[in-house]
Design a protein around this ligand. Structure first.
Ligand code: UDP
Ligand code: MG
Length: 319
């Protein structure tokens, strides 16, 4: 069975259209499926509409949040409830074209565990969004500890094994693209052209977008923290050089009273201060890693299957 997970926030104009489009594609594909709508605390008729769809169509399951928790959390919730052998996450505004589902499934059947989609460009995103998106991915990949596919969206297929591993990531601030990029397994990607929204306007305000962008950097990289320590060390070194210069001026009498002491104090202590903050930052980084409580390791698909088979055999032997 395939689970399709779709977060919806004030999408009353789109849920039925999206449902029809998915139904048509899945009928052609002739596979068992479920369509899980996660209503992210909408204030319009989205909740009534998805409940109605769930009543009419046994493939549909409707979940509604008590309030708006955000797109990333809504996707996570849907993945928690998914019962399929593979799960496809996609937006409900038709910008993630349902016609691409058969391609994702085909790649999965070819043996890939994760099929990521890559947006080539977005018709209605405009020049600024396309450029900032490209710049952002270049930047994040240059500092990230794990690869993040540029232009990657949250439109992807994950098989059961990678989904189970994903569910071991309990962090609150989450940038799903980063987590999935770091899962390993057999990953591949498929390109697509994102069309315009079917109806309505983007539910991602500038504030939400910035928030996600910052989360992406903070959760994938400790480079900002390390940079403070490096800058501190540089500042302390510059402080020492400046002190030598000030002492030289002092011995040649080329100063005004008080200047030497002040300059030395400021430059040395400035550097030491910054280094101190940097050291604190290093520990903070470690605490951050520990509190996220991410899994230490996970086995490759084949290895995990092998171990499962072995332990079943072991249990049988004991009986
Ligand atoms: N969405 C959500 N919660 C939010 C914002 C958006 O569940 O707080 C959903 C929205 O309904 C849509 C998907 O996430 O199905 C992507 O949002 P949107 O299309 O507005 O983003 P854009 O495509 O403009 O980046
Ligand atoms: Mg959209």
């Amino acid at each position: 069975m395939i689970s399709i997970v779709t977060p919806v926030y004030n999408e009353e104009e789109n849920v039925e259209f999206f449902h029809d489009a998915v139904t048509q594609v899945m009928k052609q594909l002739n596979m068992d499926y479920e369509l899980i709508y996660v209503n992210d605390g909408s204030r319009d008729r989205t909740e009534q509409l998805i409940n109605m769809l769930a009543e009419q169509d046994p493939h549909v399951r409707a979940l509604t949040f008590a309030r708006n928790f955000g797109h990333q959390i809504a996707i996570t919730c849907g993945m928690d409830f998914a019962r399929g052998d593979a799960v496809i996450t996609m937006d409900g505004d038709m910008q993630h074209p349902p016609e691409l589902i058969p391609t994702l499934v085909e790649k999965w059947q070819q043996g890939y565990d994760i099929v990521q989609t890559v947006r080539k460009s977005t018709e209605d995103a405009g020049f600024v969004k396309n450029i900032t998106s490209r710049g952002y991915y270049a930047f994040i990949n240059s500092i990230s500890q794990t690869p993040i596919v540029p232009g990657g969206s949250d439109f992807r297929l994950m098989d059961r094994k990678s989904l189970d591993t994903f569910r071991k990531f309990h962090e609150h601030s989450r940038f799903i693209r980063g987590i999935v990029g770091g899962l390993g397994y057999r990953q591949t990607s498929v390109e697509f052209e994102a069309p315009r929204r079917h109806a309505g306007t983007s539910k991602f305000s500038m504030k939400k977008m910035l928030h996600l962008a910052v989360d992406g950097i903070i959760t994938n990289s400790e480079a900002p923290l390390h940079s403070i320590l490096y800058i501190g060390i540089l500042a302390a070194f510059a402080g020492v050089l400046l002190t030598l210069y000030v002492l030289y001026c002092y011995t040649t009498g080329n100063t005004v009273p008080g200047w030497s002491t002040m300059t030395i104090l400021i430059s040395i202590f400035g550097g030491i201060n910054m280094m101190g903050v940097g050291v604190l930052g290093e520990y903070l980084g470690k605490i951050f890693q520990e509190t996220r409580n991410r899994p230490l390791y996970w086995l490759s698909y084949d290895s995990a299957m092998h171990m499962e088979n072995k332990s079943v055999g072991f249990r049988e032997e004991r009986h």
